[in-house]
Ligand binder design. Structure first.
Ligand code: FES
Ligand code: FE2
Length: 432
């Protein structure tokens, strides 16, 4: 239980988890032009994600090499240089030190090359999603994602146009631990019928609760889990392709994904998943107001940004396929805002219990009583979930969604990373 509130564990997470894993920072569509930048975090540390004059993406530690002062003071913008406000050391968009006031008098003779901004050890993108790691011993991004890559392709590669973000991310702070978000988005579908009951009453989501529990839980790779809501047979009525409108669905094809992936997407009503540690994805049909607008496909991506063990800042982007019409984008954005955003119907429900999880995590009683959490749903002999052997994609798979192996997969890898010695990548596996 202390995982959700202990200060020492949190410091170790910053080093062993956020200091080593591939962390999602931004989408390429946020920095389309050379010189565009956004400021993001790895763990609790700020990094500038900037497109340089050659169009390459650099992830620069936002700390001046002279005295460690924060160099970039805006959240986003376009620039050719970053100038430290303290003494004026100036860096280009590759992070190279290019000058300082009265250089000759002050530093003449000192090589500039060794004094550029520090950089993330590795930066890679997938479908425009920009990830970075601080650990030179981390495996390449594709290897780190493992089977999860197949499912990211399935969502972000549905057509050849790809995805863009709709405006800057919405940000809000909750008094909860970041892992409550990761745990929930790994596939906690079971809470919908209780916590989100009112969303059916206002017609915000079109699939009845029991039906929505039908589908697959997938331990895609160590740490990375996801869940699909899917009808038991193909002929059943209900949304397909996450509820996207027909004329958009017509552009979904196999130019970037396989027949199998397209077929899984076709049958899917909801996709929810988490890329370890703190990057979550959700695609589903929703509306802000069932009385006036039918549900439509919404794709949101988000990070659970730790602020100490007791707070999480949610960064929430709405995405659209680039070939959606302005009206479709507008509809998806409003439906998203009304449901999964600071003031959205789903989001306001979720945040309250997570606050009390954190409170229990910090409590003396939990420590004294050796209080343990229960993650047993779907284990052998418990509930109705069954292992699926003939699934077309990667991972360990269960039907139906009455299963908490997705979260056990998250915490198994978490535990491996927390125990791994520096420089040694743990040999983790996915287990039933
Ligand atoms: S601290 Fe940045 S120039 Fe001195
Ligand atoms: Fe929820």
């Amino acid at each position: 239980m202390a995982l959700f509130g202990n200060e020492e564990i949190h410091r170790r997470e910053l080093r062993n988890i956020f200091g080593r894993c591939w962390v999602f920072l931004a989408h390429e569509s946020e920095i389309p032009a050379n010189g565009d930048y956004v400021v993001r975090k790895i763990g609790e540390d700020k990094f500038v994600v900037v497109r340089d004059e050659q169009g390459a993406i650099n992830v620069l530690f936002d700390a001046c090499r002279h005295r460690g002062v924060q160099v970039c003071r805006a959240d986003s913008g376009n620039t050719s240089h970053f100038r430290c406000p303290y003494h004026g050391w100036t860096y280009n968009t590759k992070g190279d030190l290019v000058g300082a006031p009265l250089w000759k008098n002050a530093f003449g003779g000192m090589p500039k090359e060794d004094n550029g901004l520090s950089k993330a050890a590795k930066v890679e993108t997938k479908h425009g999603l920009i990830f970075a790691t601080l650990d030179p011993s981390a495996p390449p991004l594709e290897e780190y994602l493992g089977g999860m890559g197949w499912y990211l392709d399935l969502v972000f590669g549905l057509n050849e146009h790809g995805v863009e973000v709709l405006g800057p991310p919405q940000r809000f702070v909750i008094d909860a631990n970041w892992k409550s978000g990761a745990d929930n988005f790994s596939g906690d579908d079971y809470h919908l019928g209780t916590l989100h009951r009112s969303v059916w009453e206002i017609g915000a989501f079109p699939v009845p609760f029991r039906e929505n529990m039908m589908g697959y839980h997938i331990h895609a790779a160590p740490g990375h889990s996801l869940s699909f809501s899917m009808a038991p047979t193909e002929d059943e009525p209900g949304p397909k392709f996450f509820g996207y409108p027909e004329h958009l669905v017509e552009t979904f094809n196999t130019s970037r994904i396989s027949e199998h992936q397209l077929d899984v997407a076709r049958r899917s009503r909801v996709f929810v998943g988490n890329v370890f540690p703190n990057f979550s994805i959700l695609a589903l049909p929703m509306t802000e107001d069932g009385a006036h607008h039918a549900p439509t496909g919404v794709l949101t991506i988000r990070t659970w940004q730790p602020h100490g063990p007791g707070q999480v800042e949610v960064w929430n982007w709405f995405c659209a396929y680039k070939n959606m019409t302005p009206d479709q984008k507008d509809r998806a954005y409003k439906a998203g805002l009304g449901t999964f955003s600071m003031g959205g119907s789903f989001e306001m429900d979720d945040t309250e219990p997570w606050i009390t999880v954190g409170r229990t995590g910090r409590s003396v009683a939990a420590e004294l009583l050796d209080f343990k959490l229960n993650y047993q749903m779907g284990q052998p002999g418990i509930g109705i979930a069954k292992r699926v052997e003939d699934w077309v994609g990667p991972g360990v798979v269960y039907w139906s969604r009455y299963e908490e192996g997705v979260q056990r997969n998250l915490f198994r890898f978490y535990s491996d990373m927390m125990r791994a010695p520096a420089g040694v990548w743990p040999k983790s596996s996915i287990e039933p």
